[in-house]
Design a protein around this ligand. Sequence first.
Ligand code: ADP
Ligand code: MG
Length: 367
Amino acid sequence: MPNIGELRITDFRNLRSVNIKPSPGINLIFGANGSGKTSLLEAISVLAHGRSFRTHKFRRLINDEEGEATVFALLKAGDEEARIGVNRKRNGDSQIRLNGQNVQSASLLAQQLPLLIMDAHSYQLLEGSARIRRQFFDWLVFHVKHEFRELWRAYAKCLKHRNSLLRHDKIRPADLKPWDQEFVELSHKIEQLRLEVLEPFISAFHHTAQQFGFQQSDITLTYINGWKEGTASLEQLALSFERDHKQGFSSLGPHKSDIKIQLGTVPAVEKLSRGQQKVLISALYLAEARVKQEQKGSEVVFLLDDLPAELDEAHLKQLAGWLNELNAQLFITGVSAEKLKDLWPDFHKKEPAMFHVKHGEIQRVSV
Ligand SMILES: Nc1ncnc2c1ncn2[C@@H]1O[C@H](COP(=O)(O)OP(=O)(O)O)[C@@H](O)[C@H]1O
Ligand SMILES: [Mg+2]
C-alpha cells in the first residue's frame, strides 16, 4: 500500500511553494516554532480527508495573501502510482482530483491514503466526547473492512429519515416501523464488523500498554455499543420512542457507541499525567497501525506532530523503537534536529530523510 513519493504544496498557510520527495521510511522534520511543521502535516491530512485536523474553515488554510491553496501528492505502492490533489479557493470552490479526474467524495482519497495523525488534538481521545473515540476506531474499521463504508452510509441515511420523522408532532410508533426494521438490521451489521476488529485492536493495545509499563489489570478498553441492553432490537426502539420523540432524534444506535478507556473504575484522563496520557495515546495509535498492518498487510502513513513533547527519554526511545519496526511511512516533527536524530541512532530499518523547515520553506538536509 502507498507511501507519499512526492509532495507539492502551494499557498497553504505559510507554505508558499513546497516540493519535496519524502523517504518511504522515516521523515524527520525540524524547525523553530511557527516555521510551518504542523502546516506540512496538516496539508497531508487535507489530502487524505479533504479537510484539516486543525480547523473546519478551509479559508484559514489558504495563504493570507493568495486566493487559493493546492496540495498534490504522488502515491507509490510497489510499481503502482496514484496522483491525488486538492485545490480550494477563497470563494469556497473546491476540486478533489484522483489520477487526473475530478472526484466528488473525499472518502475516495481516504481509501488511497490510509493516514494516522497523532498531534496535540489526540488528547481528545481521552478527554473529549464519545464521538472522537468512535471516529478513531471506525477509521480503523473503515480501512480494514471494505463493506463498512457503504453500511455506514446506509445507516446514516436511515438515521436521518428516522430523526426527521421523530420531529413530526403527530408521529406514532407504527409510522416508524419500516425504518426501524432497517435501522436494527444495519445496526447489527455495523456492530458485527466493529467487533471483528475490536478484538485484535484491544489485544494489540494491551500488549503495547503493558510494554509501556501500564498494568493490564489496571487499564481497560470497553466497547459501548450504543444500545441500552444487549444488541439492537425493535423492542428497545419501541421503549425509547417517547423519549426520542420528545428529543427529536434517535437516542440508541451505533452512532451513540463509545470506547471507554479506564484505569480501574476511573476514566484514564482523570488519573494520568499529561505525559502518561501521551504514552497511552501512543499505544492506541500503535494498536491501530498494527491491526491495519496485520489484517490488510497494508502500510500506513503515520504523522506524528511534535513527537518529543511531553515524553520522557525512556518512553520516547521505546516508542521510537516500535515506530521503526512498523511497516509505515513516518512523518515526525520536532523543534530540535538533535533530539529527533538521537531517537534513531542507527536507522537500521528505515531509510531516513531529514527536512529543515524555516519561514515556510522546506529543505532536505543530510542526516
Ligand atoms: N492562512 C495563513 N497565511 C499565512 N500564514 C499563516 C496562515 N495560517 C497560519 N499561518 C502561519 O503559519 C506559521 C506556521 O505555523 P505552524 O505550521 O503551526 O508552525 P510550527 O508547527 O512549525 O510551529 C505560523 O507562524 C502561522 O502564523
Ligand atoms: Mg506545530
